[in-house]
Write a protein that binds this ligand. Structure first.
Ligand SMILES: Nc1ncnc2c1ncn2[C@@H]1O[C@H](COP(=O)(O)OP(=O)(O)OP(=O)(O)O)[C@@H](O)[C@H]1O
Length: 274
């Protein structure tokens, strides 16, 4: 079952077309990543999904309803781009008031809020003002705020931008744990390793959908070569096709490594072919 369906969506700002006939979907329990260069229309698309702006043409259904629907808003968790928790409120108050805004019962906010503090390692920061938090802890607070209503679909616009390597890994772990609990997610990212690590499916977007599939399918489709590294002499061979690969490998005498192209290399191929 799809929790999100985007059908033939067009969105322009004046004469500038940001989304051109975009169709995509997110299935239950799936993480879908939108990948594309700057200005590709990723944020424009997710804003339409959470109802901040409306499509010029086409249709979006979130959990079977229109994005602006009050019922739907209660079932969504959103972390917009460049968003921060409210600096003059404590971590707990940020979470609490977001729960109130989403119409969650007081007792549920307390129970769920405590659970999220524990899960996200924020218990010790409960009463700290958000403006005093590090970037990573601010992001975790936003995640807790987005999860306070136990959303069916979580929308994350560049969830780890600005975080250090450790912070990114912490956020990845949280998102993968949430996936294990059956949550669906739509995320945008510029980090190809992030998409590869998290996403079940990827949509390459550049105003329109260029292609879509699992990271493995995308690699197979756009990168039909292997890299063989011969550790005995440090040489690197770029080999096309399995038959050729077998020949090269059989000819090697010492330690070697066979590497598939990374998603980054695939991405560059896709963008180049545009
Ligand atoms: N409110 C707006 N008014 C006018 N143009 C806009 C507005 N918002 C976005 N745009 C333009 O629409 C295009 C798509 O922008 P959008 O932010 O959706 O892309 P993006 O893929 O999210 O980019 P980035 O990766 O840089 O965040 C860009 O050319 C941008 O300048």
């Amino acid at each position: 079952m799809s929790v999100l369906e985007v059908r033939n969506v067009w969105k322009s700002y004046g004469k500038l077309i940001a989304n051109e006939d975009v169709s995509m979907d997110v299935k239950e329990g799936e993480i879908v990543a939108l990948l594309g260069p700057n200005g590709a229309g990723k944020t424009t698309l997710v804003k339409q999904v959470y109802g901040e702006i409306t499509p010029d043409r086409g249709e979006i259904r979130v959990l079977g309803k229109k994005p602006g629907d009050r019922h739907v808003k209660k079932l969504l968790g959103v972390i917009p781009q460049e968003c921060e928790p409210y600096g003059d409120l404590s971590v707990w108050d940020n979470i609490y008031y977001m729960g109130k805004l989403k119409g969650v019962e007081k007792d549920s906010i307390k129970a769920k809020g405590e659970e999220l503090l524990r899960e996200l390692g924020l218990t010790g920061k409960r009463d700290t003002l958000a403006r005093e938090l590090s970037g990573g802890l601010k992001r975790k607070t936003l995640i807790a705020m987005a999860l306070i209503n136990d959303p069916k679909l979580l929308i994350l616009d560049e969830p780890t931008t600005g975080l250090d390597a450790e912070g990114r890994r912490e956020v990845w772990k949280i998102l993968l744990d949430m996936k294990k609990q059956g949550r669906s997610m739509l995320l945008t990212t510029h980090y190809l390793d992030e998409a590869e690590r998290l996403a079940d499916r990827i949509f390459f977007l550049n105003k329109r959908v260029i292609d879509q599939g699992t990271p493995a399918q995308m690699k197979e489709k756009f990168a039909d070569w292997y890299e063989v590294i011969d550790y005995t002499n440090g040489k690197v061979y770029k080999v096309k096709g399995e038959e050729e690969l077998k020949k090269v490998v059989l000819g090697l005498r010492g330690k070697f490594e066979v590497r598939m192209p990374s998603l980054e290399e695939v991405y560059l191929e896709v963008i180049k072919s545009e």
